[in-house]
Design a protein around this ligand. Sequence first.
Ligand code: FAD
Length: 309
Amino acid sequence: MGTNHYDVMIIGTGPAGLTAALYGVRMGLRVIVLGDIPGGNTHMIESLENYPGFPGGISGSQFGVQAFQQAQQDGAFFTMSRLQQLDEKDGLFVGADTKEQRYTAASSIIATGRIPKRLKVNNAHVKGVHFCSLCDGPLYRGRSAVLAVIGSDNGAGQHALTLARIADKVLLVSKDKEFKMDTALQSRLIEQNNVSLLPNTEVIDYEGQGLLEGIVVKDPKVDRKSIVVNGVFLAVGWRPNTKILHVTVEKTADGYLKTDNKLMTSRSGLFAAGDVRESDMYQVLNACADGARAAKYCAEFLEERNFLG
Ligand SMILES: Cc1cc2nc3c(=O)[nH]c(=O)nc-3n(C[C@H](O)[C@H](O)[C@H](O)COP(=O)(O)OP(=O)(O)OC[C@H]3O[C@@H](n4cnc5c(N)ncnc54)[C@H](O)[C@@H]3O)c2cc1C
């Protein structure tokens, strides 16, 4: 085999991929990890407060970078490039990355997470619509901005909390009758004097040509009402990130990868971990646990088939 052959090819550098890499190398596997953002979606978490071991919380970016360093120190090889497609040929998984390098491996762990959805409105791509408050919120600092967060869950609540420190006013808008976030987070939002919660309110359009000038909403009292906002931060759902997969695998109706109780997909030797996989909880803790288990069962799979050199 050439130098680009590994026991396991891990796709994704979020908590699932990084934990799979850490466990994989510690079990003696030759591990390659493709991905470009150390920590994946954790860079959007201002303060990770529900992961044990960090009383008072840890910044999501710091958590991601440290997990990355830990896997690297233990011997995982990172390409720092994205995978363009994953195929299977002659019993091996074959990946080509954005640097036009080709890698092969006897097994693979898909840990590519999920991508935020946009609203289905006329000018959905107008400038001023964002997905990450930590990344893009600072654009509005010092601009007397009114910002709208659209969504209902903990992710939406986190965005609103982050933006409350930057904007004059933050509107948290959800078409749900009641917000679906933790009670503790909702209480913290209510304590902020510049956050307004607007449940039962659906955003039906954006206003502005080229640059966002406002949102149009409907609620039980009015069919159409314009609200001036300078920026929108979306937290309205997710789409699993599986488009690189050029092998056929079973998925749920929403496109999440189906796995057995050893995290193997319907394709032998192809495992899935973290948010890309069908689950009832999409959190850092679950992604890490998935990564560890996927690496363990991947090692077992390789051992049983005498794939380890
Ligand atoms: C705003 C916000 C707040 C959150 N707050 C919390 C919280 O407080 N507590 C908590 O536990 N969870 C929280 N979460 C959820 C948590 O971030 C996710 O559950 C977790 O990051 C999932 O990890 P993952 O490794 O499965 O996927 P991700 O973190 O999404 O990582 C996937 C990785 O795959 C990479 N990738 C994708 N395609 C390719 C490709 N073709 N080639 C190479 N790499 C690729 C991506 O770049 C990314 O690095 C929050 C999420 C958001 C958005």
